[in-house]
Each structure stands twice: as structure tokens, then as C-alpha cells.
Design a protein around this ligand. Sequence first.
Ligand code: SAM
Length: 233
Amino acid sequence: MVAAMDWREYWNRDTPIYVSDRHKLLHYWLIANDIAAIVPSPDAVVLDHGCGEALSAQRIAARCAYLYLCDAAPLVRERLEQRFRNEPRISVIAPEDVEDLSDQSLDLIVVNSLVQYLTLEELRHLLQTWRAKLKPEGRLVLADVIPPDVSPLTDAKALLSFAWKGGFAVQAGLGLVRTIFSDYRKIRGELGLAQYEESEMIELLTSMGFSAERRRPNLGHNQARMTFMARPA
Ligand SMILES: C[S@@+](CC[C@H](N)C(=O)[O-])C[C@H]1O[C@@H](n2cnc3c(N)ncnc32)[C@H](O)[C@@H]1O
């Protein structure tokens, strides 16, 4: 039953957030390209935390030495393992496994569109872990963070604009109507999404031992949301 569900359970199944296969494909293609563009060097070891189905992760792997794909949902991990079983430079891991990575071993940690599903306590815990796992010159990129003034309507407009350019506008319109009646809307109403002011996020990152700044553009298609670039201070 939806009322008893939390966000982690919600993601452990096929969700209606992608309005069509083309939407999902283009979404992951765009995210992978945006992440590939910030990989600092071909020797980099990269973690994509909360990666989702990461359909185009091989594009990131092609730009770095090693890529860890981490997702909390067992179903998502099974699919990733299947998809990347022949990619020697990609490992699929659970959030608990991140704790076991060597300290100061990662050059880049990307966290796209995850923060809104975490409590402040969970986010603090993860920031502590990420801080420990980053090399001194490594970078944490927290992206798609939702500011308080961004409404579901703004998200809908961003999706329609992405859909128009991507050739799936009709499906996007229908998908938005479906969303109104979906579990996502109900669970969002019950659990809410964590939203942060730019200054709040910078303060949080600073208090957790990072030096941080806003980075424009945001990763992905929705420029009403924010990306932060942080380094161990
Ligand atoms: C909105 S999706 C984002 C997927 C991908 N990063 C993207 O940008 O498309 C959120 C993903 O985070 C995963 N997730 C939720 N809580 C998590 C946690 N604490 N640690 C790792 N993954 C988590 C979910 O299973 C889901 O696949």
C-alpha cells in the first residue's frame, strides 16, 4: 500500500516517471553525456551514486578508468548487472558497498536527482561517506537539487520542452496526465521531496567539510534545478 511505502521501495519497481521508452533513452543519454563531460581525466575513478538504470553508462566508462554504479534498489541493480556484464570497467554496487571502498580512492562522485528523496539525516551521512572516499583533489557533483520555489508545474514545463525537442511531445502530454493519477503524485504528497535554497546547500556542504559552489548549467534537461560542485576543503 502506498501509505506504507518509502522512496527506496518506490524506486524498486517500474516507475511511471518516464513517459515512453524514448524519454527514458534520451534522459539517460543526456545525463551520461553531461557526466562524461565532467570526468577530470582518463585515469579517473568515478562513482555515480543513485544512478538509476544508467542506460548510457558505457559513455561515461569510455572517458574514465573505472566506473562504480550505485543504486539502492535491488531490481535496478539486477538490470544494471545484466546490462553491463561485459563491461570490465563498470561495477554495480549497493549503497552499503560504498562504505567499503578505500578512503581517498575516488576522483569524481556524481549524485544526480537523488537528494530530493533523502532525509537531511541520510544526506548528512552520505556527505560524510563521500567526503571520506574522495581523493583530496576529487570532486563531488550534487545535481538536480530542487529549490523551494520550483513547483511540479515548472517540472512539467521543463519536461514538455525536453519532449518537444526529443520528439515525444504527445507521449509527454499523456504521461503528465497519467502522473496526476499516479502513485508518484500520492507518495510525493505523503513523503514530500527535500528542497534546498542555494545558500542552504552551500552551508550544508561547507559544514560537512567541503568547499562548494553552484555550477551552471544543471546536469540534465531541467534548468530550474541546481548543480553544486564541491571539493574536500
Ligand atoms: C530519480 S532516480 C535518479 C536516477 C539517475 N541518477 C538519473 O539522474 O536519472 C533516483 C534513484 O536513486 C536510487 N536511490 C534512492 N535512494 C538511494 C540511496 N540512499 N542510495 C542510492 N540510491 C538511491 C533509486 O533507487 C533511484 O534509482
